[in-house]
Ligand binder design. Structure first.
Ligand code: XBP
Ligand code: MG
Length: 242
């Protein structure tokens, strides 16, 4: 059967478009201090906590699993406190990105720009918050970034976090495309599960926080997109098992 042509590229944000998680970790720790909490997430702990997608879910998980004293807190009060901490964190992260703390990963901008010029549609499917996406894209691409990425699905539109495929299913639905017409780009096992769970052939570019993850089921695992061209993507997509 003739494979469907490649029509769209769907990108994860954190760890894929940019190595953001070090800045996220700094922002979480600033927020804990600002909230008067004696929590501190060092890199080894944060690497483990990244197995929980979503900043609010990660805070709640840590509080319940590590601190263990959440049982005494009424659920509504817990959610309100987690939201307040996460709002503090998002404000710090946004300032860090605006101050240039995060760059796009090697090859990402060139690949995005050449794909856009060749008429491929571009979308974002992420677990992170809309504020974080806008701060990163404005800093890395400029105000026109919204013309390049037509569709954005994020924590505000897809509450079921990766590895649930919701964010990718919603992206495909809004683009009115079949999974076989697209390629997804991810950095983590949760992200790969979410993308392949939506039927998407997926290219993985691991980073320091995810290099140890299991990427079985990936179409390709690459150290970065530095040497990847649109022609490569078309060839890999055409050869993808159906
Ligand atoms: C990675 C995540 C996010 C970030 C933190 O998202 O799981 O939670 O770690 O951002 P992606 P928030 O799907 O882009 O890899 O605090 O806004 O959740
Ligand atoms: Mg990611």
């Amino acid at each position: 059967m003739t494979p469907l042509p490649l029509r769209a590229l769907i990108f994860d944000v954190d760890g894929t478009l940019a190595d953001t998680e070090s800045a996220h970790r700094v922002a979480f720790n600033h927020a804990f201090a600002e909230a008067g909490l004696d929590w501190h997430w060092d890199e080894p702990l944060y690497t483990r906590l990244l197995e929980v997608s979503g900043g609010k879910e990660r805070i709640t998980h840590y509080w319940a699993e590590v601190c263990g004293d959440v049982k005494a807190i009424e659920a509504g009060a817990l959610a309100d406190t987690v939201q307040r901490i996460h709002d503090l964190k998002t404000a710090v992260y946004e300032r860090l990105v605006q101050d240039g703390a995060v760059q796009l990963r090697p090859g990402v901008l060139r690949l995005i720009e050449s794909a856009f010029k060749e008429g491929l549609r571009l979308a974002i499917a992420t677990t992170t918050s809309p504020v974080n996406i806008a701060a990163l894209m404005r800093s890395a691409i400029g105000p026109d970034w919204t013309h390049i990425f037509q569709i954005i699905e994020d924590a505000s539109t897809a509450p079921l976090k990766k590895p649930h495929p919701q964010v990718y299913l919603q992206t495909l639905n809004r683009m009115q495309l079949r999974a076989a017409e697209c390629l997804a780009f991810e950095d983590s096992a949760n992200g790969l599960k979410a993308a392949t769970g939506a039927g998407l052939p997926t290219i993985v570019t691991p980073n320091a926080f995810t290099a140890h993850h299991d990427f079985a089921g990936a179409l390709r695992v690459l150290p970065s997109l530095q040497d990847t061209t649109v022609a490569d993507l078309r060839a890999w997509h055409a050869a993808a098992p159906r």
